[in-house]
Design a protein around this ligand. Structure first.
Ligand code: S3P
Length: 167
């Protein structure tokens, strides 16, 4: 059976940074579902939300994800909302190792205000709190490994992941 590594967590938790580093370390290819969708649709995420709708984005994200996981072992930098769809959660729980990058609202907010990536769902700290409250149980439920990332460098996070994967 194919086994993948899924990196999950809120926007700004570092999924797209950690996936290529882990990929290099483990010599397993990685993919970033947001970037793939942007390339396929030739629209950035913000435009996908504005021109199509959030609902359509979730539908496309899930369809792409559920199709892609049929391919060989991959490390996935998922979009923060991947856990909102039941079928996706089933895959996260049953098709490999799921790593949850757990970050405080403070850390996420500090990162997102300075981030170039366009995130239609990010307005302020409060919007993050609402989203995290809704998703926390799903992130925790899907995770095989949880890494608390506050105040940690990518290198330290990477080492923790590798150590926990090897246990
Ligand atoms: C989203 C997170 C984004 C992107 C979209 C929706 C979310 O991905 O998929 O803006 O619902 O949390 P990142 O988690 O990579 O920022």
């Amino acid at each position: 059976m194919i086994s993948h590594i899924f990196i999950i967590g809120m926007m700004g938790s570092g999924k797209s940074t950690i996936a290529p580093l882990l990929s290099k370390e483990l010599k397993i290819p990685f993919t970033d579902t947001d970037k793939d969708l942007e390339n396929i649709l030739n629209l950035d995420i913000k435009k996908i939300f504005n021109q199509l709708s959030e609902e359509k984005f979730r539908e496309l994200e899930s369809a792409y994800f559920l199709e892609h996981i049929k391919k060989s072992s991959t490390i996935y930098a998922t979009g923060g909302g991947i856990v909102m769809i039941k079928k996706n959660r089933h895959i996260l729980k049953s098709t490999g190792n799921t790593i949850y990058l757990n970050a405080s609202i403070e850390t996420l907010n500090n990162r997102l205000v300075n981030d170039q990536k366009k995130r239609p769902l990010f307005n302020n700290k409060n919007s993050l709190k609402v989203i995290l409250n809704e998703r926390k149980r799903y992130y925790n439920d899907c995770a095989d490994i949880t890494i608390n990332i506050d105040e940690k460098s990518s290198k330290i996070i990477l080492n923790e992941i590798i150590e926990k994967l090897n246990r």
